[in-house]
Ligand binder design. Structure first.
Ligand SMILES: [Cu+2]
Length: 408
């Protein structure tokens, strides 16, 4: 092939140009580096000290490796050109000068890379140590990887028991270091918010600590980066960094207990309000998986009497509600509507295109989810993974969607 091209310099030129054009197109994929330009998962745009530490390693390494590349490839190309086959050359007639070796040169190209690698090692080890440092006032947040969403637990009063349990969107105060305590409830996942730090695996039976911090308020996207089954690619998350005051407010709001909807027309008719009807559906269809803080179906309930309203399966031995999911859990819905998205941070809970751009609840997303979750995000309910299709009627769905909207 090369031989034939060599005989057709024109053709060779075209092949070279074509390759160059194709490479240019490929490299264009590295174009926009800013997350507001539609590449939320770039590591090249650090927005916090930990991500900056990593950038401070990769930038010099890139330039050093780039210089080595240019030198070595340049040398190869130069030698190819300098000693190319010329017109009139005859194979095997003139033997090239034979050299055994040039010790000085060989020492040089052994020692120079060793020094370079030594310098990079210092950079790397220093970076690893830096990433392990924690501020004295670092805020602990527990992170649980689940098939296929993330749960966060906040222990506000430091008594060892979580006071806030939420999903997918992690709210943090900007400018304060967060110490993540990462675990998994099923298989190996990996937590990664590229603008704020590198990846850390969530491994069943192990606890991994990791940190992150956002310099400025904003939202920072992430995704699970360890293949964890069917919906791995749909296991997204985000960190929402807010001001210290907003964070205090958020803590307060999230600790508000669940309040069941009141019957809008208690005396006039026997009919429940739509919200109340939805709440009753919730107790019988959803509560065995989804927690609403403070209602009485908790399997750890200590007074021994399961809620009579609870319609799920009761374990005869303990008298408590059974938790049928192997993954052990489903998102806590107490303050569902305080989040932006649901189901692995994929689907909008709100739309902007209501009247005059007003923010409205995206009821159709919620209704579609209740109708057939698997149609929106692959699930494996036969293996007790993910949310099952409960074959709800459209009336049940309408009531549930009305009820879910009360979960502010
Ligand atoms: Cu995962």
């Amino acid at each position: 092939m090369i031989d034939r091209l060599g005989k057709h310099p024109r053709l060779l030129r075209w092949v070279a140009l074509g390759t160059l054009a194709a490479m240019t197109l490929v490299m264009a994929g590295c174009g926009a580096l800013r997350d507001d330009e539609g590449r939320p998962l770039t590591t090249l745009n650090p927005r916090g000290p930990q991500a900056q530490d990593i950038d401070d390693i990769s930038t010099p390494v890139f330039w050093v490796a780039g210089a080595v590349f240019v030198l070595v490839e340049g040398g190869v190309l130069f030698l190819m050109w300098r000693y190319r086959r010329r017109k009139g050359d005859q194979d095997g007639v003139e033997e090239p000068v034979q050299v055994h070796g040039i010790p000085r040169l060989e020492w040089a190209w052994t020692i120079a890379p060793a020094i370079l690698l030594g310098l990079m090692a210092i950079l790397n080890v220093r970076g690893i140590w830096k990433l392990e440092e924690r501020d004295a006032d670092a805020l602990n947040i527990e992170v649980y990887g689940q098939q296929w969403w993330w749960e966060y637990r906040y222990d506000v009063d430091d008594d060892g028991a979580p006071d806030i349990i939420t999903a997918n969107q992690m709210v943090i105060p900007a400018g304060r270091q967060i110490n993540l305590i990462i675990r998994s409830n099923d298989v190996i996942h990996s937590f990664w918010i590229p603008a704020l730090n590198g990846k850390k695996d969530a491994v069943p039976g192990r606890t991994h600590e990791w940190s992150l911090e956002a310099d400025e308020p904003g939202t920072y996207q992430g995704t699970c980066t360890e293949f964890c089954g069917l919906s791995h690619a749909y296991m997204r998350m985000e960190v929402k960094a807010v001001t210290a005051a907003e964070y205090e407010q958020w803590l307060e709001d999230q600790q508000q207990p669940f309040t069941p909807p009141e019957d809008a027309t208690p005396d006039e008719t026997d009919d429940d309000s739509l919200e109340l009807a939805g709440y009753k559906e919730f107790l019988s269809q959803c509560a065995q998986c989804h927690q609403l803080n403070g209602i009485d179906y908790d399997k750890n309930e200590t007074d021994g009497t399961p809620d009579p309203d609870y319609g799920g399966e009761i374990d005869e031995e303990t008298g408590f509600a059974r938790m049928p999911l192997t993954s052990g859990n489903a998102p806590n819905l107490t303050h569902l509507m305080s989040r932006e998205k649901f189901a692995g941070n994929l689907f909008d809970l709100y739309t902007e295109d209501g009247n005059e751009g007003e923010r409205q609840v995206n009821e159709s997303n919620l209704a579609n989810w209740l109708k057939d979750p698997k149609a929106m995000k692959p699930m494996a309910p036969d293996e007790n993974r993910g949310m099952p299709n409960l074959n709800l009627t459209s009336d049940q769905i309408a009531a549930l969607v009305a009820f879910l909207q009360t979960l502010k």
